[in-house]
Structures are given as structure tokens and as C-alpha cells.
Design a protein. Structure first.
Lengths: 425, 331
């Protein structure tokens, strides 16, 4: 008998298959994760344990480059798209997209007790009591030096209160003795730049709380550009690209092309894994300017996003990650500074850390106590990127000779005010 | 077996569509049936081309950082005013959005140099590949191969060659010379952006010109040979005039492509050093999406400026094509 498949039957079958597939994925949660070393890998290990305990939930970890988190995630979120959870660093800037999970965690008081100091960083408005996620780690910007190169050059490592000028001088000697292309490199980031700027007296805000470019900021811009012109700074990191794109300096450090870099505590694990025994690296305290010796605090946070269709599962998974044992395991395996008070008090067990990594964690831990109040204020400012991004693009223009430093500073001021004005519309 | 299956599927499709067309013919009449055929295409074109243009217009006259149009305040021509505001139009530095002007200037400079060189090298290559040379098929493949590569792959390959510790500098150092900042020096970076884009796309234009050359009747050349015409005269009097329609196509396509340049340059130089290789499309992308405070309105206004430029080029193509056709008919 000849049988014809009716188009209606075909369409109905397709709809049923689609419905079944949608139903099957209803409890899935997608996590957008970037990693400096192994952060997403460790999270994936923990996710497998969570899945074993919650068989109806599947956790999909999408490992993406940091640039995706910075450039693409905000656009996705603005368009109402996006993952269920993300690991972000623009804590305040994206806060309007965060989802309150307080109804889905076992104990809100546990979060308040252990993350109380940093929970406000994730809240969209002051006075809000919601739980939107938690800090996966605290970070602090700071420099690393290639100790082997210093020893080979027989140059003494400057002391804890040495200034940026003294460090630059020492690094220049090391570079000269070892025939390096340059002495230093800083991450191409306005966040990194802010530490030395505040050390040289930049107040960032005036009395009314408006952004300002004062003499401290100008001094740092002039110094930084001059260091590029005289070859102290490696031109590749800042001059190698346009716009305000992020570029890290650790790649150049790892390849032994510079004696010193300015990056941050989140690079410890990467250095441990990627440098290995090639040379001895050490973290050193933030060099001093004229008024302070500060880096910038910060960190990354796991945040729940409003785009999620599975708030219950999202809450459960973040609750699982935040539990003391799991959190301690995570910071221990990733060599990060804990934001969890309980873990911090007990002391994180860095089971996989080498002596160099442990020493670096100690230096950054010690450095937290010397952070300038302006650095905290800068980090907590919702529109801090309005000053960070123009700094990168305009200072680069000055480095490559398109504009002079005065013109660059004038343009930073215009760009910064324009961005804040637009953001407030 | 496969043929029968495909034929059966097609038959089924036609049978399914038959009632629709019968109904359409009944309602619309035979003369208006064309609309039914072009309808789906118009619908897709409308949704994916016209609608975005309209949305872009909405963005261009609204401000703020919200993505959804209903949440964006109307600002009129403010975005255009920001783009075009300069204290002194002879000094880019005095413009409020100096990077926009730098991008326009860079795009104009790039388009002019790249297109002239592109057409010249494509023509020379096509002329050579049209001759009976040894391994002609191989050489045609060699020149066309880069066209098959993704622009990102092209840019990455060249980046590896040109970076500070790349192959080129390794060669220079091995030869006892100083390494060169191929991508850190503004002039060098601009040169390499032009070079790489020509390298990547020349094969396509060569192919168009080669097709044109092969369409020129052989008896023309035989007649010229009998008249003992010099090769230069043959080129000027026979080849170039008869190749003109293809040359115009190449010229206009290359110009449009040059104005739209983005992907290769973005990967190769990121628009740097500074803004030395920042072109108009990258400015739009950066303003709208890459900066963390997304100025969609400003980006939309800049993209309208680009659209007007592209429209002018398209009209130029139409005009040149018609002039060329009219010229051919007159002869």
C-alpha cells in the first residue's frame, strides 16, 4: 500500500521533537567563564559534583576569552540575551543586569556573614539587600620582576618603599646588561594605570564627586609616555594596537623580554604554570609615587543574570560554589586571594602553589593593607571605565606620536565627561 | 536511485505548491502573479535590509546607552553635530570626535592607494596569466588561493610574520640587521595593511579581468599582428578599451570593499598604533560595541555617513557602467 506522509503530520512531529528537546534542557544552566589560568577548569570540576548531587541540572561552562566578557557580554545583556551566570570584572557597570537570588539560596545570612564587605559592589543601588552573586576572588594590581635577570645583571632589587623612578632605573640597568628590548611593561589597561596615577597624587574625583584630571594624573601620563620614548617601556603592549583594547604584559614577561611588569594578583597561577622553572619570578610591593605606594583593588565575581530562565538552579549552583569548603578549594587550586571571610580567617590552603606563588600571594595580601582610599573609591565608582578607556586610547596616541601629552590629557577629559553624560541619559 | 528520490521530492513540493499558485492566480490575476514570486525575496530583503536601516535611523537620532529604541531619548541631530563639530576644520585635533575624522582620512587615503595598486597589480597579473606561460594553471591557483582564506586567518598569518619576534625580524636579525617595528611604526603599519589587503583580494579581481581578457576576440590580435602593431599599442588600442567594462567593475568593487575594510585590519593592527590604521567601520564598531559605555547613537550616525559614501560610490558605478555601455554602442 502506498503511504503519503501528510505535511501536517510532518509539522506536528517536528513541533513535538522541538518541545521535547526544549523540555530536556529546561534545567540547564550556562556559565560564561573566562580564566587567567585554570579558574574555569576548577569550576567545571566542581560543577560535575554539583550535577551528581542535582541530577536534573546540567551546568554548561562556556570558557571564553576575557575580551568576550568585556566587549560582548554587555551587548548580549543589553539585548536581553546572555548566559545564566557569568564571571565578570565590571562589577558595578553591569549590575542592572544581575538577578537577585536571595530566594534561591539556603541561607542569606551566610552570604552576608562571609561576603558582607563585597556584596554591595554587586548591588545596582545603594541600600539594596539582594544577593546577586559573590566575589570569586579579590585582586590587587601590582608588579612582578624577573629575579633571575636582576641576579644575572648584578642589580640590587629596590626595597619596599622604592619609587617608580628607582624601579625604572634598576629595570633599565637589568635590561641593558641582559640586552632586553625594554626594561618594563604595564598591562594595557586604565585600571592598571590608575595605581601609579593615584600614587603620584591623582585624586580622580573632585569635592563634588566629579571626575577630574589633576596634576597627579598628568604627571603619570607624562612619565609613562616619556618612558616609552626613551625605551624604558616596551612599546609592543600599549603601542601594538589601537582603541582601548586590553592587552596584558605577562606574555612579554614570560618570554623574558622585560625585567618588570605591572599586572596583578590574578596572574600568579598563570606565572606558576607557564613560567615553571624557566626563571625565578617574584611579586614586589607596588612602587611609590609622591603620595602613596598603591595598586588598585578589584576582583571577579560570579553573578546571576536576569536573562536566566532557571533562577532556582542558578541560585542553587551559586550557593554550592559559595559554600566554605568549595570556595576554599577553588581559591586554593587557582591561587587566588579569597573574598570569603571564613576562608580568609582560616587561611586558604594553596595546595598546588609553588614557593614563588605562595610568596607572591603573601606580597599581595600584605599590599591590601597599603591600598589608598582613593583606589577603593575609584574601584567602586560605577563609571570608572569612563576614565579608564579614554586613558588607554589617548595615552597610546601620545606614545606613538599622534598627539602630545597635553592634547592627550585634554582629549581624555572630553571623552570621559561625554561618556558619563551619555551613560546618565 | 538518488535522482529518482530528488525528483520525487521536487514533485511533492510542486504538488504542495500547486493549490497556492492556483489560488494566487485566481485572486491576483495572471499579470500580477509576479508579485507572488518576488514576494518572499522582498519580505526577506525588507526584514533584513530595510528594517535595520530604519532602526539605524532611529538610533542615529536618539541618545543614551540603552539598546532598546523605546528606552532611548530623542536627541535630534545631536549625534551628527558631535561627529562634525570642529573648531578648525583644517586641524583634526580640534574636532570633538577627532578619531572619527582620523578614521575618515585614513579610509580615504587607504581607498585611494589600495584601489589604484589593486587594479594595477590585478591587471598586470591577469595579462601575465593570460599568456601561454609554463604552469599557467598552477600560477592561476596560487594567485587565487588567498581569496579562499578567511580574512581573520590572513591577518593572523601576517601578524605572525610581522610581529616583533616574527619571521621577518628573525630573518633581519640572522642577517645581522636591526629588527624593524613593522606593526608599531605608523607608516609601516599603514603600508602592511595595504599590502596584506592587496595580497588577500587580488586573486578575485585578477579572475574578473582574466575572464574579460579571454572574451576579447582573437582575430583582433591577429589583425594587429598583421599590421605589425607594437605590444604597447596593442595594449592601449585593443586590450584596455575592450577590457574597460571589467576594469570598471573591478574598480568599483575594489573601492566599495576598501571603504568597508575592517576584519583584516582589526586582527592585524587593532587599528593601531594609536589610530594610524583605524578606519571608519572600526570607529563604528568601537563606538557602538567595544567601548564599555556603548554609544549606539553616535555609531549609528557614523554608519549613516558611511552609507552615504557607499551610495555615492554605487551611483558612480552605475554612471560609469552606463557611460561605458553607451560608448560601446556608439562604436
Amino acid at each position: 500500500m502506498k503511504r503519503n506522509l501528510s505535511p501536517i503530520a510532518l509539522a506536528a512531529s517536528a513541533l513535538v521533537v522541538l518541545w521535547i528537546s526544549q523540555t530536556a534542557y529546561a534545567g540547564d544552566i550556562r556559565v560564561m567563564c573566562y580564566q587567567d589560568a585554570n579558574e574555569c577548569d576548577v569550576t567545571a570540576e566542581q560543577a560535575r559534583r554539583f550535577e551528581a548531587a542535582n541530577p536534573n541540572t546540567k551546568v554548561i561552562i562556556d570558557v571564553v576569552p576575557y575580551k568576550t566578557i568585556v566587549e560582548q557580554l554587555p551587548v548580549q545583556l543589553a539585548a536581553g540575551q546572555g548566559p545564566d551566570i557569568a564571571r565578570v570584572t565590571d562589577l558595578g557597570g553591569l549590575s542592572k543586569y544581575y538577578m537577585d537570588i536571595s530566594a534561591h539560596v539556603k541561607d542569606v545570612r551566610y552570604f552576608e556573614a562571609n561576603f558582607g564587605a563585597t556584596l554591595p559592589w554587586l548591588r545596582p543601588v545603594a541600600g539594596d539587600k539582594g544577593i546577586y552573586g559573590f566575589m570569586s576572588q579579590l585582586t590587587m594590581t601590582g608588579p612582578y620582576i624577573n629575579k633571575t635577570l636582576f641576579e644575572q645583571a648584578k642589580v640590587a632589587i629596590p626595597g619596599n618603599k622604592a619609587t617608580w623612578d628607582e624601579w625604572a632605573e634598576a629595570a633599565r640597568k637589568v635590561a641593558k646588561a641582559n640586552k632586553l628590548p625594554a626594561a618594563m611593561a604595564w598591562d594595557r589597561s586604565g585600571h592598571r594605570f590608575a595605581g601609579p596615577a593615584i600614587s603620584y597624587g591623582a585624586k580622580i574625583f573632585d569635592k563634588e564627586g566629579n571626575l577630574v584630571l589633576d596634576d597627579g594624573y598628568k604627571t603619570t601620563v607624562n612619565k609613562f609616555v616619556a618612558w616609552h620614548k626613551d625605551g624604558t617601556m616596551l612599546k609592543d603592549v600599549w603601542g601594538g594596537t589601537g582603541g582601548s583594547s586590553y592587552a596584558d604584559s605577562v606574555g612579554e614577561f614570560k618570554n623574558g623580554r622585560v625585567a618588570m611588569v605591572l599586572s596583578g594578583s590574578w596572574q600568579i597561577n598563570r606565572l606558576q604554570r607557564e613560567v615553571g622553572n624557566s626563571f625565578d619570578w617574584v611579586a614586589v610591593p607596588n612602587p611609590c609615587g609622591t603620595v602613596a605606594c598603591t595598586g588598585i583593588p578589584g576582583g571577579a565575581a560570579w553573578v546571576a543574570l536576569k536573562t536566566s530562565k532557571s533562577p532556582k538552579e542558578v541560585g542553587a549552583f551559586l550557593d554550592f560554589l559559595a559554600q566554605q569548603a568549595n570556595y576554599a578549594e577553588w581559591v586554593g587550586k587557582t591561587n587566588n586571594i579569597p573574598a570569603h571571610e571564613g576562608v580568609a580567617k582560616k587561611g586558604a590552603l594553596y595546595t598546588t602553589a609553588t614557593p614563588a606563588a605562595k610568596a607572591a600571594l603573601g606580597i599581595f595580601g600584605w599590599g591590601v593593607s597599603s591600598l589608598s582610599p582613593t583606589a577603593y573609591k575609584f574601584q567602586g565608582y560605577k563609571y570608572n571605565r569612563a576614565i579608564m578607556l579614554p586613558t588607554v586610547s589617548r595615552v597610546t596616541q601620545a606614545i606613538v606620536g599622534e598627539v602630545n601629552t597635553d592634547q592627550a590629557l585634554a582629549k581624555i577629559f572630553v571623552d570621559m565627561n561625554e561618556a558619563v553624560k551619555q551613560a546618565q541619559k | 536511485m538518488l535522482t529518482r528520490f530528488v525528483s520525487a521530492v521536487l514533485q511533492l513540493c510542486f504538488n504542495l505548491l500547486e493549490p497556492v499558485f492556483s489560488l494566487g492566480q485566481k485572486w491576483l490575476g495572471v499579470t500580477r502573479m509576479g508579485w507572488l514570486f518576488v514576494g518572499p525575496n522582498l519580505l526577506i530583503f525588507g526584514v533584513f535590509t530595510f528594517l535595520p536601516i530604519l532602526i539605524n535611523l532611529v538610533y542615529a537620532v536618539t541618545g543614551g546607552v540603552n539598546l532598546f529604541p523605546n528606552m532611548r531619548p530623542y536627541v535630534g541631530t545631536e549625534n551628527f553635530a558631535i561627529l562634525f563639530e570642529c573648531k578648525d576644520y583644517t586641524d583634526i585635533q580640534t574636532c570633538r570626535k577627532d578619531v572619527f575624522w582620523r578614521a575618515i582620512f585614513n579610509t580615504a587615503q587607504f581607498s585611494l592607494i589600495q584601489v589604484v595598486l589593486m587594479v594595477f597589480f590585478s591587471l598586470v597579473t591577469a595579462l601575465v596569466l593570460n599568456r601561454k606561460i609554463i604552469g599557467r594553471g598552477f600560477w592561476r591557483g596560487v594567485y587565487f588561493y588567498p581569496v579562499l582564506l578567511s580574512p581573520v586567518v590572513v591577518a593572523l598569518i601576517w601578524k605572525w610574520l610581522l610581529q616583533g619576534q616574527g619571521v621577518f625580524n628573525a630573518g633581519l636579525v640572522a642577517a645581522g640587521a636591526e629588527p624593524i617595528d613593522w606593526l608599531l611604526d605608523r607608516q609601516w603599519a599603514f603600508f602592511w595593511v595595504i599590502f596584506v589587503s592587496i595580497w588577500a583580494h587580488m586573486g578575485f579581481y585578477t579572475l574578473i579581468l582574466l575572464a574579460g581578457l579571454q572574451a576579447i576576440p582573437k582575430d583582433m590580435y591577429e589583425a594587429a599582428e598583421m599590421d605589425a602593431a607594437s605590444p604597447w599599442r596593442v595594449l592601449r588600442r585593443i586590450t584596455l578599451p575592450l577590457l574597460m567594462p571589467n576594469l570598471i567593475v573591478v574598480l568599483v568593487l575594489a573601492m566599495i570593499r576598501a571603504v568597508q575594510i575592517f576584519d583584516e585590519v582589526f586582527v592585524l593592527t587593532g587599528g593601531g598604533p594609536g589610530s594610524a590604521t583605524t578606519f571608519i567601520v572600526q570607529f563604528i564598531y568601537q563606538t557602538g560595541f567595544a567601548e564599555q559605555i556603548h554609544l549606539y547613537g553616535l555609531a549609528a550616525a557614523a554608519s549613516l555617513v558611511l552609507a552615504i559614501g557607499l551610495m555615492a560610490l554605487t551611483l558612480l558605478q552605475l554612471r560609469l557602467s552606463r557611460a561605458s555601455e553607451a560608448g560601446s554602442r556608439a562604436k
